[in-house]
Design a protein around this ligand. Structure first.
Ligand SMILES: N[C@@H](CCC(=O)N[C@@H](CS)C(=O)NCC(=O)O)C(=O)O
Length: 213
């Protein structure tokens, strides 16, 4: 059975799963839902946290994109390059993934949801300050190595890139000040399987225009 993936098309964490599946070469049955559906009894039975992405693979129901991407790699990838088995390498990948899960994506979600719910029309300064801190931290991470967690691309780059690329639409970074981030983004854009994100990123941009107009 092909694993089922519930998504909202514009969602950065859902897009990280789609890109990872493309990288690994696993086919997914993608089920596109609307935000309201996440609060229905039907979906809440699958995920009481009412979030997408959500993956159903055989008897397993998995939520949180960071868990889904590492699961897909461990189960379906031909090698361990995207999520290294070596403890010293993996610990760095995990650090970046947890940073995305706990700091980076939540700030993007707060900004986006603020527009969507009409809580604000301009991004509040506390959100801007955190976004700048994120850019500062990433610029430093990328000073030592070309990729976020070592000398080759890993799933940390994929997940974090979906957040940074989307955050950049709401709070653009200065590509001169953050030259390492700009170079990293360019290199990621040239990775063939990243093209799986193109249609979804376009939807993100349209959705952003809609909520901010
Ligand atoms: N840490 C989670 C975040 C997932 C998340 O918050 N997704 C958003 C869409 S981008 C969502 O489901 N929002 C609905 C809600 O929180 O009620 C992940 O990486 O999957």
């Amino acid at each position: 059975m092909v694993p089922k993936l519930y998504i909202i098309e514009a969602s950065p964490p859902a897009r990280a799963v789609i890109v990872t599946a493309a990288a690994v070469g696993v086919q997914l049955d993608i089920i596109v839902v609307e935000m309201d559906y996440l609060y229905t009894d039907e979906f809440l039975k699958l995920n009481p946290q009412h979030t997408i992405p959500l993956l159903i693979d055989e008897d397993k129901i998995i939520c949180d994109s960071h868990v889904i991407v590492t699961y897909l790699i461990k189960k379906y990838a031909k090698d361990d390059l995207l999520y290294p088995s070596s403890l010293s390498k993996r610990v760095l990948v995990d650090q970046r993934l947890y940073y995305d899960a706990s700091i980076m994506f939540p700030i993007l979600k707060k900004a986006f949801d603020g527009f969507r719910s009409k809580k604000f029309k301009e991004i509040p300064s506390d959100i801007k300050i955190t976004a700048i801190e994120v850019y500062d931290i990433f610029e430093k991470h990328l000073t030592k190595t070309e990729w976020l967690a070592g000398d080759h691309i890993t799933v940390a780059d994929i997940s974090c890139y979906m957040s940074i690329k989307s955050l950049n639409v709401l709070i653009p970074y200065d590509s001169k000040k953050y030259a390492k981030i700009a170079l990293w983004a360019k290199k990621l854009n040239d990775v063939p399987y990243l093209s799986a994100d193109e249609p979804y990123f376009k939807i993100f941009i349209e959705y952003h225009k809609m909520v901010t107009s």
